[in-house]
Design a protein around this ligand. Structure first.
Ligand code: HEM
Length: 338
């Protein structure tokens, strides 16, 4: 199903934050300290101040239309960005319900939901979708329930099946990953899909994180931030399209780093799905150019120190080894006493 879309050039900045200073202030800067090391940085997803990215379970911002258009384009070119294994049907309906309830409650001018028993009426006023359907009956939707709803929410989604004291990546819609692939990870367990991450296994991070996730209760979601760097404001940095973006890393110089390098922050949200006992993992990605980031002097200084002292295996995993030196050279001007 492809929602009716306006031409892409009309999508920019037509939503809540047309002012870039507001957008910068809203950016979820991920570093509480001058150093960074992997840790189990999970916290309850309690709402924070109005207007912040932490206000609602699912954040909708000024990039909504463009990101939904991008998702439609990417999944059309590569249908393997979307996956639902047969045993994940109940979890898919759980996810659809969670999104529809929260989006319509939190953004009533954008989305509405009315229900009479299992007869549901969903309206997405932004994308012009008006759908009556029978909850639980896939034949009453234009496509599978997880596809229907994930074409209408910003951020990537994985649905994890919980069994044998583990989590398995058995469903999802992933069109803007930070260099990983749903098709490759399909069916893998928590530690299997985390295999490429350096240092964290040895530190026991994944043992503790898995234990925490297995015990998440209904209506008690948790969140964490993850980060990396991306060259150009590109959302789809997947292995499948590496030939399109991998080369960009070799173009960074001490002169152009502020414009080319972007800090990429993922707001990850984990919630128990009530009927299936699965886990929803949503990844909302925010990109900021370093030129924008350094308008906040405290952020500029801290980022310089974090990147300067980042252990080589982590820098390498995050793909920054090739341009780390010119980037540090550029950043050091904002941290003169370092
Ligand atoms: C069930 C929820 C989760 C899913 C689906 C998930 C998925 C992933 C995936 C696909 C990757 C990329 C691995 C690769 O390079 O191929 C990754 C990286 C990582 N994950 Fe998770 N993850 C989850 C929860 C967590 C939690 C709770 C933690 C807590 C510590 C965590 C820590 C990490 C770290 C540290 C990385 C490396 C990121 C980087 O350095 O950029 N993950 N995760």
């Amino acid at each position: 199903m492809t929602p009716t879309l306006k031409p892409i050039e009309t999508y920019r900045d037509d939503f809540t934050f047309s002012n870039s200073a507001q957008a910068i202030a809203r950016f979820p800067f991920p570093f509480p300290e001058d150093q960074y090391m992997y840790s189990v940085n999970i916290e309850p997803a309690t709402p924070r101040e109005p207007g912040s990215v932490f206000e609602h379970w699912f954040d909708i911002d000024e990039h909504y239309r463009s990101e939904m258009a991008e998702r439609a384009r990417v999944v059309q070119q590569d249908p393997r960005r979307y996956l639902v294994m047969p045993h994940m049907q109940t979890a898919s309906w759980d996810a659809l319900q969670m999104f529809m309830e929260h989006l319509s409650n939190d953004y009533p001018t954008l989305f509405s939901l009315t229900r009479t028993g299992d007869q549901w009426h969903w309206q997405n006023h932004v994308l012009g979708i008006d759908q009556h359907f029978t909850f639980g009956d896939p034949d009453t939707l234009p496509c599978e329930p997880l596809e229907f709803i994930t074409r209408q929410v910003q951020g990537d989604i994985a649905l994890l099946d919980q069994r044998d004291n583990d989590l398995f990546m058995d469903a999802g819609m992933v069109t803007s990953p930070a260099d990983w692939s749903l098709a490759f990870d399909a069916g893998m367990s928590f530690k299997q899909w985390h295999t490429p991450v350096p240092m964290a296994h040895e530190l026991g991070v994944f043992d503790r994180a898995l234990k925490y996730l297995l015990n998440i209760q209904v209506d008690k979601p948790v969140r964490r931030l993850n980060w990396t760097l991306t060259i150009n404001p590109r959302l789809d940095t997947s292995p499948e399209t590496f030939h399109e973006w991998g080369h960009d890393r070799s173009t960074v110089t001490a002169e152009n780093a502020g414009a080319l390098v972007h800090l990429r922050v993922e707001l990850q949200f984990m919630a128990r799905l009530p009927r299936s006992n699965g886990l929803m993992f949503s990844i909302r990605t925010y990109l900021i150019s370093l030129n924008e980031l350094v308008t906040n002097p405290a952020w500029a200084k801290r980022l310089h120190r974090v990147l300067r002292d980042l252990p080589a295996p982590i820098a390498d995993y995050k793909g920054m080894t090739r341009y780390r030196q010119p980037l540090l050279e550029w950043l050091s001007q904002f941290d003169p006493h370092a």
